[in-house]
Design a protein around this ligand. Structure first.
Ligand SMILES: NC(=O)c1ccc[n+]([C@@H]2O[C@H](COP(=O)([O-])OP(=O)(O)OC[C@H]3O[C@@H](n4cnc5c(N)ncnc54)[C@H](OP(=O)(O)O)[C@@H]3O)[C@@H](O)[C@H]2O)c1
Length: 340
């Protein structure tokens, strides 16, 4: 692999994350030599454009990874479980967006602003490897937790998420669009992607329920945050809600810290952390909102205020584009660091 000429494959290239990956590779001028767009058999032959060049979508097979240096996977956990190791064994650096390998002790789970060192430890010259991209709601959370942990220590985190339908892929987007129109037209609605009507509703249910009555999405927030922050005993609890927003996840977060926090000092620390933007001027009604963060790269934080019910605690509101920082951008940032 030459640093200046990378052969890249996107697995799941027709999905909402896969399309965003191609867009971001182009925007950031990633040194792509060739780009292979892979999806299921049903998409084979469809066309897509990359840097003004028309490319043909190919069906994913075990032979798809010949002459590929880096493969960005975004086609779900079962596809990653099957084809990720095949690609890695062929010497490919696999950057995987699914949950398949995130909690595997041998696979680094990386957010470049938080634990970039793990990338270089995973890469051995001439050999393939798998690097996992965390879940979208976890990425935006840990970018804020990291500087708070370093400066004040963390005793406990309580998070509630307000997650966009694009987090459930292209079918999630279609469902909100269709149901919104049907509700306005007073037509009957039959939910397909989500368990209940999502238009004009909030559903306290993202992904499937587990034995402990939490959802998988909630436990991803708990377990992945502990792994990325290298803080296995972190006390953290989560409630994940699907909301009728097309793009960008929002999160209400309560943090109890070890040390007392000076709010203006904290705002400075957050503003100076890579990838974070503080948007917090309540008097002027300024705070992060999903409608403003879609298509943006940074994680936005606002409504920063003391939790007056405990000695050392704060409340804040975190918003980021789940398709970009929550998925495709984070993966491309890992790819950038892996070729440095
Ligand atoms: N959406 C988010 O915000 C987000 C955030 C973080 C992580 N992720 C993860 O990223 C992955 C993709 O999510 P998405 O939201 O982009 O989903 P999506 O819009 O539904 O796209 C799924 C993609 O996977 C492809 N695919 C499905 N089955 C396949 C197979 N057997 N072989 C090859 N390709 C196959 C689809 O191809 P066809 O079009 O041919 O069916 C499509 O390109 C998931 O693992 C998801 O958990 C998503």
């Amino acid at each position: 692999m030459s640093k200046n000429k990378i052969n890249v494959a996107i697995v799941g290239a027709t999905g909402v994350v896969g399309q965003e990956m191609a867009k971001i590779l182009e925007e950031r001028n990633f040194p792509v030599n060739s780009l292979k767009l892979l999806a299921s058999k049903s998409s084979a032959g469809k066309k897509a454009t990359f840097k003004n060049e028309e490319l043909t979508i190919e069906e994913l097979t075990a032979n798809s990874f010949d002459n590929v240096d880096i493969a960005l996977f975004s086609a779900g956990a079962s596809v990653s479980s099957e084809y990720g190791p095949i690609a890695a064994n062929k010497g490919v650096i696999v950057i995987d967006n699914s949950s398949a390998f995130r909690m595997d002790n041998n696979v680094p789970l990386v957010v470049p602003e938080v634990n970039p060192d793990l990338i270089h430890r995973a890469i051995k010259t001439g050999k393939g490897c798998i690097i996992a991209n965390p879940n979208c709601s976890t990425i935006q959370l840990v970018v804020v937790l990291k500087p708070i942990l370093e400066n004040y220590g963390i005793k406990r985190v309580v998070i509630s998420t307000y997650q966009a339908v694009s987090g459930a892929g292209k079918e999630g987007l279609d469902e909100l669009q269709t149901q919104t129109q049907k509700t306005i037209d007073k037509e009957a609605i039959t939910p397909k992607k989500f368990t209940h009507q999502i238009a004009f509703n909030c559903i306290p249910h993202c992904d499937t329920f587990l034995e402990n009555d939490y959802t998988k999405e909630e436990m991803k927030l708990v377990n992945e945050s502990r792994k990325i922050l290298n803080f296995p005993e972190l006390k953290i609890t989560a409630t994940a809600i699907r909301v009728p927003v097309f793009n960008s996840h929002s999160e209400s977060v309560n943090i109890e810290t070890e040390k007392a926090i000076n709010i203006s000092e904290l705002k400075n620390i957050l503003q100076n952390f890579e990838g974070l933007q503080v948007q917090d001027d309540p008097k002027s009604n300024i705070y992060p909102m999903a409608i403003h963060t879609a298509n943006k790269d940074d994680v936005y934080v606002g409504r920063i205020r003391r939790d007056e019910s405990i000695k050392n605690g704060i409340n804040l509101w975190i918003v980021a584009d789940n398709l970009r920082k929550g998925a495709a951008l984070n993966a491309v940032q890992i790819a950038e660091l892996s070729i440095k």
